[in-house]
Design a protein around this ligand. Structure first.
Ligand code: HAM
Length: 423
């Protein structure tokens, strides 16, 4: 038997309803904040992500699904959307049409990580990118949107963490400070951290190794060394979050795993999903557009992992999947009347009702069982004694009541179903 690829998951019909609920809520919230949807291809030139996310990041270094096509071009399945959205923004000169572009997406992503609960190789993100303004109000807006979505799903065990990474100049100065602080201690760091010391020193703070954290305990913190403008913007962000009633913590060790960030960064953590606890992450990336060849434009955004959010909902029992119903199930009492069943179904489906009937030649009893399984609101019986007198029986499945309807008066049948008469 051929099985799904490790780290990928089927979303079966029994789960699809809850995905749809989540997607509808996401779209509604983004629409309320006037974000417009953008869809980009599932694969891009590898160079886009290498340059956009940063050569020294885990994503580019070891997690990308890259392949070379027959023409010798290196392609990559998108591991994230920000670089792809920026590519589309530059390519289609969106900045010329609109000085501020507020964009959102819902899309599958691909990262070759070790699968575990809340971590897959194909997963889904929803997210937003606002390109064209350096206002910290937009950083706050990102957090407002995701917080509204998550609390709207009934999630309670959330913590919002924010930090500021400042601009590259202040960050470089800080890195020198950190390097000096660690100079006599480097040999005591874990192997991974020693590597990061050379390639991406800020990421040392991400280390899960206790002895590393012990060494870093008294390290200088970036937040205390950021430039004045970043500091003021960070104050505004905090004020707006307070005004919005969103509880948050400043986490000076929140460095994020992608290289493009400047100034504000944030994550929302769930206390109910185990170790892969970041439901979303984001921040400002004021230099990325220029770095990818566009006219400089400040930008901010976030992305949230949908599998993790649904896992949190499941663990907090916060979402009840909607009852799936169909409007009408047609029970064929007399097989000779298949034509009538088909045309009744056609008529009602054209009227926008959901209708099904039996394709397996089952008994009336089995058809009724099927109607119950599908949660049919009404059953129409075609055939039997009533039919001989040109009547069709319409049964309301919740009350059990039934009425006779002229078999040639489909409009009457439609009206009866549509007004949900309790018979
Ligand atoms: P990220 O932190 O790499 O940021 O991913 C965002 C979210 O995607 C994570 O918080 C997590 O919920 C989910 N996620 C990431 N990897 C996996 C995985 N392997 N399995 C399941 N879920 C996963 C970004 O992707 C940035 N593009 C966010 C951004 C947008 N920053 C600015 N604009």
């Amino acid at each position: 038997m051929i099985k799904a690829i490790t780290g990928t998951k089927d979303i079966l019909p029994s789960e699809a309803a809850i995905w749809k609920m989540l997607e509808e809520r996401v779209i509604k919230t983004f629409t309320n904040y006037n974000y417009k949807e953008i869809r980009t291809p599932v694969f891009e030139k590898t160079e886009l992500f290498a340059r956009g996310i940063g050569e020294d990041t885990d994503i580019v270094g070891k997690e990308m699904y890259s392949f070379t096509d027959t023409a010798g071009n290196s392609m990559t399945l998108k591991p994230e959307m920000t670089a792809a959205v920026v590519r589309a923004y530059i390519e289609h000169s969106l900045g010329k049409q609109q000085s501020l572009n507020k964009l959102f997406y819902i899309s599958p992503m691909f990262r070759k990580e070790t699968p575990q609960a809340g971590r897959q190789r194909q997963f889904h993100q929803f997210g937003a990118e606002a390109i064209g303004s350096s206002s910290p109000l937009l950083d706050a807006e990102m957090i407002q949107m995701v917080y509204e979505i998550l609390t709207g799903l009934g999630l309670k065990h959330l913590s919002v963490k924010i930090n500021s990474l400042g601009i590259p100049e202040s960050r470089e100065k800080y890195k020198t400070l950190l390097r000096n602080f660690l100079s006599g201690k480097k040999s005591r760091l874990s192997e991974d951290s020693r590597k990061r010391f050379d390639t991406n020193i800020l990421r040392l703070f991400d280390s899960k190794v206790e002895s590393d954290q012990e060494i870093l305990k008294d390290a200088p913190l970036l937040i205390d060394h950021i430039d004045e403008e970043s500091r003021q913007d960070f104050e505004t962000l905090k004020n707006v979050l307070t005004l919005s009633g969103i509880p948050f913590q400043v986490d000076p060790k929140l460095v994020r795993g992608l290289d493009y960030y400047t100034k504000a960064t944030f994550e929302v953590i769930s206390g109910k999903v185990g170790s892969q606890n970041a439901l979303c992450g984001g921040g400002r990336y004021d230099l990325l557009i220029e770095q990818l060849g566009g006219t400089p434009a400040p930008a901010t955004g976030f992305a949230a992992g949908m599998e993790r959010i649904l896992l949190a909902c499941e663990n907090e029992k916060s979402l009840t999947p909607p009852d799936e119903k169909i409007d009408v199930y047609i029970v064929l009492v007399d097989r000779q009347l298949t034509r009538e069943a088909v045309s009744t179904a056609l008529f009602l489906r054209k009227k926008n009702l959901s209708v099904d009937f039996d394709y397996l030649g089952r008994s009336v009893k089995a058809q009724m069982r099927e109607a119950n399984k599908y949660n049919a609101r009404f059953v129409i019986f075609i055939g039997g004694d009533e039919y001989k007198t040109n009547k069709i029986v319409l049964k309301d499945m919740s009350s059990g009541g039934q009425v006779l309807i002229d078999k040639d008066d489909m409009e009457q049948m439609f009206r009866a179903v549509k007004t949900e008469i309790s018979l």
